[in-house]
Structures are given as structure tokens and as C-alpha cells.
Ligand binder design. Structure first.
Ligand code: 13P
Ligand code: SF4
Length: 368
């Protein structure tokens, strides 16, 4: 099959939503068993209705690993499609309908910066005692770095298990320090959940010499947390939680662990997108709920539970703009091209990077 990088022809922009839906349905039917469409919970409804499986980033990586479909169309962001490519066979092709669907948090750490951090740490401490852990929201090259240095990948649904594994003194190859990137919040929230205190943690600033830290701080920190964050989740505040509770004293607040530790600390619960969905299903009927995560998921949950009030913690709704780049038009385009034997936006991770990254992903899959 031909793999040609090309952007979507503008004619797709003029197709009505009804025609796009009909054409996607027809292309799906033609591709049949050869095709699997994966949809992250943050995707827009116009795309999600066509997903063969929906999930959080951990669940979707498992679905990709288990699938034998020849074509996996990943409706999510770039790092998720890369992970799917790493976990699938050479015969399978992973397609990201719009190549500009990235993740601003994942872009906050690159390989040069992490290698520099490792070199600088090596001058002041024994790096064989540091376990590098990368959040799934990172490039394949960072996953490869972690695979090559005794570490693992984690997602928001398994960070606790992965950090416990990293620091388990009974495990051969464990460490007494973790370098966690790129999301400082998931690292901090998980460390606090495991019983560590803020004094056990320091923020590593990649723009500063030695991360902006001194040797004593590095020596005494169990967690070195990369200075990265999610621009969507950093908009949730303690004041929003207080305001919601003033209006709904019986209300419940559930947030994603990419929110700050202050917000997670005052919420009733926190967890991955999948956790949030299950949490809601198990709540007593009628309780109002405020959710601190991306708005497409909040709106889908509000529609699925018409019996209760479900709101986004922030009034000024906050979509993940890069997730929203995958729309019905792009999905229709890549599917119709695949029907014609042309593979557009094929995500391929170079072999050597993929092999090392797979070590880190497989460690994660074995831990949980
Ligand atoms: P989940 O793993 O919870 O789906 O989160 C991915 C993500 O990008 C959240 O912003
Ligand atoms: Fe990245 Fe944040 Fe969007 Fe998740 S919500 S994909 S972390 S920018």
C-alpha cells in the first residue's frame, strides 16, 4: 500500500455532517474486519460514535496490543498513536487522522533535555539508583530512554502501581529516587497518595542548570518532578471546588490527577478518565457532580446521566484543542483513502526507538 503524507483535501470541509456520517459508515463497512477505530474519551461525539472501542490511554494501549486488525485508526493524540504502533506488529498500520493532533504536555520534555538532566544528575549522584518514569503522554524517544535506563511508562490509571514498583526495595534493580516526566502533577499526586510528603519532592526545571536545584535537595528528594503540566487541567482551581460546594452542599467533585495537588486534595476523588466514568456509575442517584477534566468527556457523561446534574468544574468550558483536531471530516478522509489502498498519516516509530520503548511499555503492562 502507498503511504503518502498529505493533508486532507479542503473539499471534505464542505461535506455536511449527515453525508460525512454516511460516508464513514460506508467506508467502515467496506474495510470490515481489517479496521479497528480506537477513540479516547476526550474525542468529540461526531468521531466517538464510530469508535469500535473507547478508553483511557492505558485501556486503548491494551486494545491496540490485543488487536489483530490490519488498520488501526487512532482517534486521540500523537503519543497514543505512537504507543499503538510500538505495541502492534509490523504488518499492522496505525493511522492518526490529523497529524497536528499532539499534546502540549508531551512537548514539555524532549530527549535532549532528559539526556542533559541525566548527565547533570550523574555529576552529583549515582544515577543507577534513579528510576526514570515517563507518563504515557510523552514521545516514543522518551519511552525508549526510560526502557534503556531500567524505568517504565505509566498512565494516570496505574501511576501508583508503577511508582511502587520503581521504589520497591525488595525488587532487583529498584531505586531510591524517581525522575518523573513530563507531568509534575501526576507525579506529585501519586507520591502524596503513596504517603510521601511534599518535602520528599523537588521540581526539576529543564531550563535551569542542575534543574534549578542544589546537591543537597537532589540528595534528599525521592521524587524529582519534571516541570511540565497540562494546559487544560491547570485551569481547575480550589475556588471552583468551593463555589460548586456552596451551590450544591451535597454535591460530589471528581478530578483527573493532572490537576494540581491542591485541587486533588479538596476533591472527593481523582483518577483517570476511565476511573471518572466508573466513579459516576457507582454514585447514589441524583447527587450533583462537578468534574475536573476535558469537556467533551464531561458533556458525554452529562448526556448519559440525564437524571443528575453533571457540570464541568470550570464555567468557561475547556476543550483539549489538539484532541479536537480529529473531526469527522479527517476520519472520513483517512478511511476513504484506505478503501482506495492509500494509507494516509501512517504513524511509524523508528525500529531501534520502538524496541527500547517497547521494553518500557511492556514493563508497565506487566506491573498492572
Ligand atoms: P487518561 O489516561 O486518563 O485517559 O488521560 C490521558 C490524558 O491525556 C489526560 O489529559
Ligand atoms: Fe495533553 Fe492535556 Fe490534551 Fe491530555 S488534555 S492530551 S495532557 S494537552
Amino acid at each position: 500500500m502507498l503511504n503518502i503524507a498529505r493533508s486532507m483535501p479542503s473539499a471534505y470541509r464542505d461535506v455536511s455532517p449527515e453525508d460525512l456520517a454516511a460516508r464513514i459508515t460506508a467506508a467502515k463497512a467496506t474495510l470490515g474486519e481489517r479496521l479497528m477505530i480506537l477513540g479516547h474519551h476526550y474525542q468529540m461525539e461526531e468521531v466517538m460514535v464510530f469508535a469500535d472501542a473507547a478508553g483511557d490511554s492505558f485501556g486503548l494501549s491494551q486494545k491496540a496490543a490485543q488487536s489483530d486488525a490490519e488498520l488501526i485508526v487512532f482517534c486521540g493524540v500523537h503519543f497514543m498513536a505512537e504507543s499503538a504502533d510500538i505495541l502492534t506488529s509490523d504488518e499492522q498500520k496505525v493511522i492518526l487522522p490529523d497529524l497536528s493532533a499532539g499534546c502540549s504536555m508531551a512537548d514539555m520534555a524532549d530527549l535532549d533535555q532528559v539526556e542533559r538532566a541525566w548527565r547533570e544528575l550523574g555529576k552529583v549522584t549515582d544515577t543507577s539508583r534513579i528510576i526514570p518514569i515517563t507518563y504515557m503522554n510523552s514521545s516514543a524517544s522518551l519511552k525508549a530512554f526510560v526502557g534503556d535506563h531500567g524505568g517504565a511508562v505509566c498512565t494516570s490509571s496505574n501511576a501508583r502501581a508503577v511508582l511502587t514498583w520503581a521504589l520497591d526495595p525488595t525488587r532487583e534493580g529498584s531505586g531510591d529516587k524517581v525522575l518523573f516526566f513530563p507531568d509534575q502533577h501526576l507525579g506529585r499526586n501519586t507520591g502524596l497518595e503513596l504517603g510521601y510528603s511534599p518535602a520528599d519532592m523537588a521540581v526539576w526545571d529543564p531550563a535551569a542548570q542542575l534543574g534549578g536545584l542544589d546537591e543537597h535537595t537532589i540528595d534528599h528528594s525521592t521524587f524529582l518532578l519534571w516541570r511540565g503540566h497540562c494546559s487544560v487541567h491547570q485551569r481547575f482551581t480550589v475556588e471552583q471546588v468551593t463555589q460548586f460546594r456552596e451551590q450544591h452542599p451535597e454535591g460530589v467533585v471528581v478530578v483527573h490527577p493532572e490537576c494540581s495537588s491542591e485541587v486533588v486534595g479538596v476533591a472527593d476523588a481523582s483518577g483517570s478518565t476511565d476511573f471518572i466514568i466508573r466513579y459516576l456509575e457507582n454514585l447514589p442517584e441524583g447527587l450533583p457532580v462537578a468534574i475536573g477534566t476535558e469537556v467533551n468527556l464531561v458533556q458525554r457523561l452529562a448526556a448519559a446521566h440525564p437524571d443528575r446534574l453533571i457540570v464541568c468544574l470550570e464555567d468557561m468550558v475547556c476543550p483539549c484543542v489538539t484532541m479536537s483536531r480529529i473531526d469527522a471530516a479527517h476520519l472520513c478522509w483517512v478511511l476513504e483513502e484506505a478503501v482506495e489502498g492509500r494509507i494516509r498519516n501512517h504513524i511509524t516509530v523508528p525500529e531501534a526507538t520502538a524496541a527500547s520503548a517497547k521494553v518500557a511499555l511492556d514493563r508497565m503492562l506487566a506491573i498492572v
